[in-house]
Write a protein that binds this ligand. Sequence first.
Ligand SMILES: *Cc1c(COP(=O)(O)O)cnc(C)c1O
Length: 369
Amino acid sequence: MAIHVWDYRHEYESERDDILDAVDSVFRSGRLILGKSVRGFEAEFASYHGARHCVGVDNGTNAVKLGLQALGVRPGDEVVTVSNTAAPTVLAIDAVGATPVFVDIDPATYLMDTGQVRDAVTGRTACLLPVHLYGQMVDLAPLRRVADSHGLRLLEDCAQAHGARRLGRIAGTVGDAGAYSFYPTKVLGAYGDAGAVVTSHDETDRHLRRLRYYGMEDRYYVVRTPGHNARLDEVHAEILRRKLVRLDDYIAARRAVARRYAEGLAGTGLVLPEVAAGNEHVYYIYVVRHPERDGILKALREYGFEFNISYAWPVHTMTGFAHLGYGTGDLPATEAAAAEIFSLPMYPSLPRGLQEKVITALREILARG
Ligand SMILES: *Cc1c(COP(=O)(O)O)cnc(C)c1O
């Protein structure tokens, strides 16, 4: 049996009564769409952030897409982001008709190299879209300065960083808005697709509510286009409410897993995750690096381990984005990392014995040289 980086079933077994009760309570409520569970989750998730508003949407890709539209990004605009991200970050820019402009990453943290952003800004730039990758935050202070001095909006892709903080500020609250995914693997995961946008701007909140609801404010009258059907379901909202009260526990458990890796893998030659100064990492993905990555993954397969690479193909090298005009060699730090990184199993309910097996296997493989 192959052993994978993520498995929700341990968590489900321990939370089953609560999850099934959440589903049952929605089914019995008489309201399946935009009811009290969505409203409740929005209020509670906003409050978790100390933000004024949260708008639930159907997935993280649409959280980014609607976030961009609500901040006024229009077809033909440019959005500065990174290629070292999940493809949906860039697909969302594409979906609003805007053009992604990539900057490279800091090779130590794999996060956006914020020093390159000012030079990437042109007369068509409308928005900066940093990604809090793997669970730690990009330093937003320099981005805020560039945004303010050039009249740009700042949207945070928080899909991997629920509850992450930098210098005490929680992800999603430094920019004009923060886009979240609750895809099941995420730090706060639903039992299906879900997403949300957090903002403290009243007008952005109103705009997001129209965008997710056909461009309507009331039935059945379209006030403004574009409009989408991008609502968060009651069932997922209610499950997320139950899980939100445990979010800090999930994060603590992830940090404990990370500590055990750091102890068990010290001195092996693997490059372990580096936490940037001031950051409180939530370890959505535990990314390690080694020049012999492909050989190590092959040897791990012989132990029955099938691990992920997040991400093996930088977005700018994918055929689907060839029209952007980038090529291999354009983002050297991004491309070098993609060739050497891989992810170790990381989730709050990761069994201790399984983690020990991973550490032992890696120690054996790396000792062989
Ligand atoms: C998961 C993810 C998304 C997309 O979220 P979905 O809910 O899968 O649509 C966007 N950006 C990043 C960085 C992600 O990790």
